[in-house]
Design a protein around this ligand. Structure first.
Ligand SMILES: C[S@@+](CC[C@H](N)C(=O)[O-])C[C@H]1O[C@@H](n2cnc3c(N)ncnc32)[C@H](O)[C@@H]1O
Length: 294
């Protein structure tokens, strides 16, 4: 075998090994999203997030499935409005789930390209299946299996990155922000929303209260660590806004409606309690890659 071939083989083997290594730490979360039956009632209708319930949560009576879906879409709107998308841009979503956010952007803004990334192959299959019609109309919409810290996209190839309720799963905010910085063009923006602990103490309490965090499916890092990771990796103009008061209550009412009465003992309804106690909050985070060197 020639020297060149040996090097290529070694590099390929190294890349496969390291990819599997990183993926292995996500095995519990991939398993959780693989089987749709586990969350089909809770997240009926496509989107898979807690929702943004302002002007949607009914003052009395039950929440309808339509209101639940609208709340999830409204959470996306919080992010998309900040992105301020234009037609010549390449947009990437990290953790696209069933691809509804990507399809929404394609239909409403028709940018140059929209790429949805998800670590769970079944989610990518679902995205392709659900939005089949959109592909015929929008050939520039695509979905790929990859992970937040290793998107497989080229350096400086993306104008804007966004993510909705995914970063709580990430193993490392440092690696995520480094990867986001690598693929963003200078002047690019990242906007993401999800829950994080309010402080180091909050993180400890959240680990004790919430099963998913205790099991390592969620990390819910302290928000100060998130800001630090982005700043250390070169992002500037970092803005963090709390939206927990528009998120947790509605989701708690909804989950009490669709889950068994004992669900407060499981993971689902503990998020609202953790928010009320001040341990956890839902945030929108915006950061920019400036045109200057780090
Ligand atoms: C709560 S769902 C949110 C889905 C979608 N953003 C939505 O709001 O409908 C989280 C999604 O993130 C994906 N995911 C989890 N960790 C990931 C990672 N490190 N990189 C990429 N995707 C990830 C999961 O497979 C799942 O589809």
């Amino acid at each position: 075998m020639s020297f060149r071939k040996t090097i290529v083989l070694l590099l390929t083997a190294f890349s496969i090994c390291t990819t599997n290594f990183v993926y292995a730490s996500y095995e519990p979360i991939i398993k959780a999203y693989r089987d749709e039956r586990l969350w089909s009632e809770l997240f009926k209708g496509g989107y898979l997030n807690f929702g943004y319930w302002e002007n949607i949560l009914p003052k009395e009576g039950k929440i309808t499935v339509d209101e639940r879906i609208r709340s999830s879409e409204a959470l996306y709107t919080q992010v998309i409005d900040i992105l301020d998308i234009s037609k010549d841009e390449v947009i990437v979503e990290i953790g696209c789930g069933r691809g509804c956010g990507c399809a929404k952007i394609m239909k409403e803004y028709n940018p140059k390209r929209v790429i949805g990334i998800d670590i769970t192959s079944e989610q990518i299959e679902r995205s392709y299946k659900i939005h089949r019609l959109s592909f015929e109309n929008y050939p520039n919409l695509s979905f790929i299996i990859a992970q937040s810290e290793r998107t497989t996209l080229p350096d400086e190839s993306v104008d804007k990155i966004y993510s909705v309720e995914v970063a709580q799963h990430f193993s490392s905010m440092h690696d995520f922000s480094k990867e986001a910085y690598r693929i963003l063009k200078p002047g690019g923006t990242i906007v993401f929303t999800t829950y994080f602990s309010t402080s180091q103490q909050g993180a400890k309490a959240v680990r004790e209260m919430i099963l998913w965090v205790a099991e390592g499916k969620d990390n819910a890092f302290p928000i100060e660590e998130v800001e630090k990771a982005f700043s250390q990796n070169g992002f500037r103009d970092i803005q963090i806004q709390s939206i927990g008061d528009k998120v947790f209550e509605g989701y708690d009412v909804w989950s009490s409606q669709v889950l068994l009465p004992d669900c407060s003992n499981s993971y689902t309804r503990k998020w609202y309690e953790a928010f009320i106690k001040g341990y956890l909050d839902y945030y929108v985070i915006v950061a920019k890659k400036t045109n200057q060197l780090k």
